[in-house]
Ligand binder design. Structure first.
Ligand SMILES: [Zn+2]
Length: 63
């Protein structure tokens, strides 16, 4: 399993539709949203690690 560097979700590289090549390494993403975020600022995610995007996890009715 690969880890989506943006949100920290596990992504199956064989099934991944969203990936980016950065500095010779391939990164996999759970969604286009995560890929676009990574493409915009790859260093941020590689430096800080997954930040947990609000569109993942948690229940919608959590207040
Ligand atoms: Zn993601």
């Amino acid at each position: 399993m690969a880890i989506d560097p943006v949100c920290g979700m596990e992504v199956d590289p064989k099934a991944a539709q969203f990936k980016s090549l950065y500095k010779g390494k391939v990164y996999y993403f759970c969604s286009r949203h995560c890929k676009e975020a990574f493409d915009k600022d790859p260093e941020y995610y590689l430096t800080h690690g997954p930040v947990g995007m609000p569109h993942h996890g948690g229940t919608p009715d959590r207040r």
